[in-house]
Write a protein that binds this ligand. Structure first.
Ligand code: ADP
Length: 455
């Protein structure tokens, strides 16, 4: 059975059961109230009757009083102490009907032909001075009539209510299940065709189901973007690896053909092979780095003196490349951050500054509001304005030929961007062709980075 039919069936059934219970309650309550009213009426009649009965003189015929107070559609019976009837006046005969007032009860009830009968008893002193029991009996015709009418009304109401109930349940199950059905259809389609289709009308409405739809669409969008990025990355990576491999292959062939007879050719080929293999090695290391960063390895947050860290880093660069790196600015700049990751980020920027310029490189560190600003400035070739926004894309290089000489991969700044995001660092780039470039890091001064990120 479909979920929609099930919901429809169960809710309708439940509502009908509730309706029947409610109606039965109303019916029973009314019945009880009506009988109570009749009982009270009979009781007050019996009290009046007793007063009149006690005022009888010896000579008066008791049947006159009895007849005067006999209930309509009822009877009055007088029983002696042993319970035998000694006198009675009857509009109707109740001979064959079992009527007995229980110990703690105020009246007795029974039924004849579907009509309720009520009886109350009261003690009295008969004219022979013996104690007798007087029974007042009445058939409750009006109560029966009213109860029949009520029954009819309640059945009619139940039948009438059932139709809108069925319709509203159908509407309800539609409202609930339609978006879910759409969602399931979209999921099936995506699973079989491998696409990232979204569902329509998900933006309409603010309820939880619309929210599920929007979440699904958001998820599909994120998956699609991710997939496209991965696709792009794989095609870029294979393209980037193909070039050094082709170079290596062609030089290896040259070496095979002429390398054994010509030493110059052999040296040139081997140099090219060594260069390209180390470039390939660097490329693979960087690609692995990018893949690793995505796994969000946990950060190791400590209090770091940035000025000190910069000093150490610049000394290492100076040592390795024999270039001039100048440190300016404040000397006491503390923040809580992952020292190793920040150092990795600095190395990428410093290495670029070194690669794309020949002059000295100036690094300035100062406190700027809630951040520490670190600017790496070079006086190199600069970057065209329209290309600055692409610098952080994977495999992006301003000028492929220019950078082939410098051995770039186009992955350095992509790694830098991911590191900066993890450390909540903002990177600003300013550059002018022929003048130079400056990359500014805004490192937040904070304590709670570890608590947020190491969870
Ligand atoms: P690469 O390995 O090519 O250096 P990056 O991602 O580090 O890759 O940099 C992307 C491109 O941005 C570089 O190829 C270069 O063209 C440009 N670039 C980065 N830093 C500088 C800089 N300081 N000066 C000039 N150009 C730069």
């Amino acid at each position: 059975m479909k979920l929609r039919t099930k919901i429809h069936l169960y809710t309708t059934l439940l509502m009908l059961v509730l309706l029947v219970i409610m109606n039965s309650g109303v019916y029973l309550l009314y019945e009880q109230l009506a009988i109570n009213t009749e009982y009270k009426q009979l009781k007050s009649d019996s009290e009046e009757f007793l007063t009149a009965f006690n005022n009888l003189s010896d000579v008066t015929d008791p049947s006159i009083v009895l007849r005067a107070y006999m209930p309509t559609n009822g009877a009055i019976r007088v029983l002696n102490e042993s319970g035998n009837e000694i006198f009675s006046v009857e509009a109707l005969s109740f001979e064959a009907i079992q009527l007995e007032v229980g110990k703690n009860e105020e009246y007795a009830m029974n039924e004849v032909d579907g009509l309720p009968i009520i009886m109350i008893e009261t003690p009295a002193i008969w004219k022979d001075s013996n104690i007798v029991t007087i029974q007042l009996i009445q058939r409750l015709d009006d109560v029966a009539k009213n109860l029949d009418l009520l029954k009819l009304i309640l059945i009619a109401v139940t039948a009438l209510v059932t139709i809108p109930l069925l319709l509203s349940n159908m509407g309800l199950s539609r409202i609930i299940l339609k978006p879910l059905e759409r969602l399931s259809e979209a999921m099936k389609k995506n699973a079989t065709s491998g696409t990232y289709e979204k569902i329509d009308e998900a933006d309409v409405g603010k309820d939880e189901l619309a929210e599920i739809g929007r979440t699904f669409n958001g998820m599909m969008e994120a998956l699609e973007t991710n997939y496209r990025k991965q696709e792009q990355f794989v095609s870029n990576a294979s393209h980037e690896l193909k070039t050094p491999l082709t170079v290596i292959e062609s030089y290896a062939k040259l070496l095979l053909r002429r390398g054994f007879t010509n030493e110059k050719v052999a040296t040139e080929a081997l140099e090219a092979i060594v260069n390209e293999s180390s470039r390939m090695n660097e490329l693979i290391v960087q690609m692995l780095e990018l893949a690793k960063n995505k796994e969000r390895t946990s950060l190791s947050i400590h209090k770091v003196n940035l000025a000190q860290l910069l000093d150490d880093t610049l000394s290492q660069m100076q040592q390795a490349y024999n270039r001039s790196f100048e440190l300016k600015g404040e000397t006491q700049l503390y923040t809580y951050t992952d020292e190793q990751k920040l150092k990795q980020l600095l190395f990428i920027l410093l290495d670029n500054a070194r690669k794309y310029s020949d002059d000295k490189i100036i690094v300035t560190a100062t406190k700027l509001g809630e951040s520490i600003s670190i600017t790496i400035q070079d006086f190199g070739e600069g970057i065209p304005k329209d290309q600055i926004s692409h610098l952080f894309d994977r495999f992006y290089r301003v000028n492929k030929d220019r950078n082939r000489k410098t051995g770039g991969t186009g992955l350095g700044l992509a790694i830098a961007k991911e590191l900066a995001e993890r450390l909540k660092i903002k990177i600003n780039v300013a550059s002018e062709i022929g003048v130079g470039s400056s990359f500014t890091l805004l490192v937040p001064i904070q304590k709670d980075l570890s608590e947020e990120d190491n969870q």
